[in-house]
Write a protein that binds this ligand. Structure first.
Ligand code: GLA
Length: 634
């Protein structure tokens, strides 16, 4: 860029700031030149480990925990990357008064006994650290825990007066984070949200005086009744306290809001992993539910902050080792999602067959691939889904997933993998090691519930570079254009096991509908502008700003326009490309219905590219726009 055009760019940016001041939403489109995904914690790849909840519920103690830790070492799983050992609900006795220090349940954790009665987890975390593990602990963002709110018949509930039973972080964030992550030496904290969801004035437990009223800030069933900003603010305060306690930022903040509070829209700025749904149950239908809650969020997972469809149930019920097809599917799908891999099984009972599934190095390598690209849906229906994940070395991982209990036929095409249809494609089946080849397309036969998982080499369809939709780990929809959060309807609604069919059924819950997508529009349609179909591209709403991390590419190009699926259609959209905050290229405002317009920019030496689609300011439901065939070339 010449000096003159650089100055023009700065003026354009400054002007955008001025007009934007009128509409807060437009203002957010001003480029920042920054990558805004949280870099305060440490999760360059999805955390892996073991957590007590799925195995033991709240009935956890030191013996069970250490037995599982020892089993992770003995079976070789620790060496394969399962390095976090996390205590979930059930560890706390009470909050000591008047100083508010949390006291550990020492009859479950005898090593926590101290002479002065203050109790300490330090001996336990020291032991885990000496074994090469990292240690995790559990709390709640409200005053009370999930066990207290929903399952007071569970083992190990806090005891004492009402105030002593307020074991959650609310009002104690700095004190508790200092205790957990400083004095006690934990490395990960899972922060649940029941205390801001359940303690409403009409809760009988509140009415009876057992617990204090708080909010509720989260209305799980009605997104517009949730105070999203307040919830985010509370979790922000935890992230701030973590930074103070751990100035080296060697911690993981695990946000457990079960997809509520539109957490999809903000978790990547706050924590390292974030639950996308309600708790997983060991049933096939709920596995589908949790999988679906993350599978269309490929642009919301990045190195440093991951989608968390919940801890693994591999080993239990339909995912037990004697159901190897289902157990492998669950494992392979979580790896394709770049999900944290947290074993939820009593490892004292692990068989070699189960260890083989959890420990398959080729599957683990997909999850832990340093590029951090969550898989993208290349084919999607209610029977078969094909997911493609681009790996750091350029290989592709492909999962062909039969969701149903009947056998299914599928055809995998070179185009779906973005490989050339006229060149040899080599497949390695990651469960069997079997190698095969095809050209063009391959007919596959899937057993009921089977996920075929393949590592693939071939000639790239676009040899000069990489489509943006092949590198979602480098594309962050910093502003995705969603103004009014809407629940995502595309999620399988399996019966919730603990509720059974009481009430009137499952409803769409999780904010995320209209979020940015790779190779699809925000509402799940094929990308299409002026009748031109793009099988590669980014779909996002107007009034959006995408941040793209450049990895040494020299040229950006795309073919852009308002997507043909738009409903409002009346306002034009202008597309702008920035490099490290400077305007590099722009279109004129493009009306609906025209042919796609080419936009290109020289991005040599640029670190952060920003792609802005500026539509009518102040609109509540912006139209979808398409960055078709968006590509970075060498
Ligand atoms: C919530 C969480 C679970 C678990 C329990 C503990 O339900 O989502 O993962 O931590 O609380 O009570």
């Amino acid at each position: 860029m010449t000096r003159r055009s650089a100055i023009a760019g700065i003026i354009a940016v400054a002007l955008a700031g001025v007009t934007g001041a009128v509409h807060a939403q437009t203002d957010a489109l001003t480029p920042t030149g920054r990558w805004s995904v949280d870099a305060r914690g440490s999760a360059p790849v999805p955390p892996m480990g073991w957590n007590s909840w799925n195995a033991f519920n709240s009935d956890i103690d030191e013996e069970k925990l250490m037995a599982s830790a020892n089993a992770l070492v003995r079976t070789g799983l620790a060496a394969k990357g399962y390095r976090y050992v996390d205590i979930d609900d059930g560890w706390w006795l009470k909050r000591r008064m008047p100083d508010g220090r949390l006291i550990i349940r020492t009859d479950s954790f005898p090593s926590a006994i101290t002479a002065d009665g203050a109790t300490s987890f330090r001996p336990l975390t020291d032991r885990l650290h000496a074994m090469g593990f990292k240690a995790g602990i559990y709390s709640d963002i409200g005053r009370n825990s999930c066990g207290q709110a929903y399952t007071s018949n569970f083992a190990h509930q806090p005891v004492g007066t009402r105030d002593e039973r307020e074991v959650g972080l609310y009002g104690h964030v700095r004190q508790d984070i200092g205790l957990f992550m400083g004095e006690w030496g934990f490395d990960l904290i899972k922060v649940d949200g029941c205390g801001i969801r359940a303690m409403s004035p009409d809760n009988p437990l509140v009415k009876s005086g057992a617990y204090r009223v708080l909010g509720p800030l989260v209305d799980y069933d009605t997104l517009p009744r949730t105070d999203i900003a307040a919830v985010r603010g509370l979790y922000e305060s935890v992230a701030t306290a973590l930074g103070e306690t751990r100035p080296r930022h060697d911690y993981v903040l695990s946000i457990c809001l079960w997809g509520a509070a539109d957490v999809r829209s903000w978790s990547r700025f706050v924590g390292q992993m974030s639950r996308t749904s309600e708790d997983l149950s060991p049933t096939w239908e709920r596995m589908l539910h949790n999988f679906d809650s993350a599978v269309r969020r490929e642009l919301y997972a990045h190195p440093g902050s991951w989608n968390d469809p919940d801890m693994l149930y591999v080993g239990t019920g339909p995912f037990a080792a004697d159901h190897p097809v289902e157990a492998r599917s669950h494992m392979a799908l979580w790896a394709m999602l770049d999900a944290p891999l947290m074993i939820g099984f009593d490892m004292r009972k692990a068989t070699p067959a189960l260890v083989d599934i959890l420990g398959n190095p080729a599957i683990i390598a997909l999850d832990q691939d340093p590029a951090g690209n969550q898989a993208v849906l290349a084919y999607d229906d209610d029977t078969v889904q094909i997911l493609v994940k681009t790996l750091a070395d350029g290989d592709k991982a492909v999962a062909v997933f039969n969701r149903t209990a009947a056998p299914a036929d599928a055809v995998l095409t070179a185009e779906q993998i973005k490989l050339r249809a006229d060149a040899d494609i080599t497949l390695t089946d990651l469960w069997t090691g079997e190698v095969s080849h095809f050209t063009g397309e391959d007919a596959l036969h899937l057993a009921p519930h089977q996920t075929m998982i393949l590592r693939i080499k071939g000639a790239r369809e676009h040899a000069a570079g990489l489509y943006l939709s092949e590198q979602p780990g480098r594309v962050n929809p910093a502003i995705d254009g969603v103004v009014e959060p809407e629940a995502d309807p595309l999620i399988h609604r399996g019966t919730l096991t603990w509720r059974s069919t009481r009430g009137d059924g499952e409803h769409p819950h999780y904010g995320g509908w209209g979020g940015a997508r790779a190779d699809a529009t925000p509402y799940g349609q094929t990308l299409k502008v002026g009748g031109v179909v793009f099988h590669s591209g980014i779909g996002v709403l107007a009034n959006s700003r995408l941040e793209v991390r450049n990895a040494g590419f020299r040229q950006f190009s795309a073919r852009v326009g308002i997507d043909d699926s738009a409903r409002d259609r009346h306002a034009p959209v202008q597309f702008l490309v920035y490099g490290d905050g400077r305007l590099l290229a722009q279109t004129s405002p493009l009306p609906f219905g025209g042919a796609p317009t080419t936009i290109a920019a020289d991005i040599a030496g640029v670190r952060i590219i920003e792609l802005v689609a500026r539509g009518e300011a102040g609109t509540r439901f912006p139209d979808p726009v398409t960055w078709g065939a968006a590509v970075l070339d060498r």
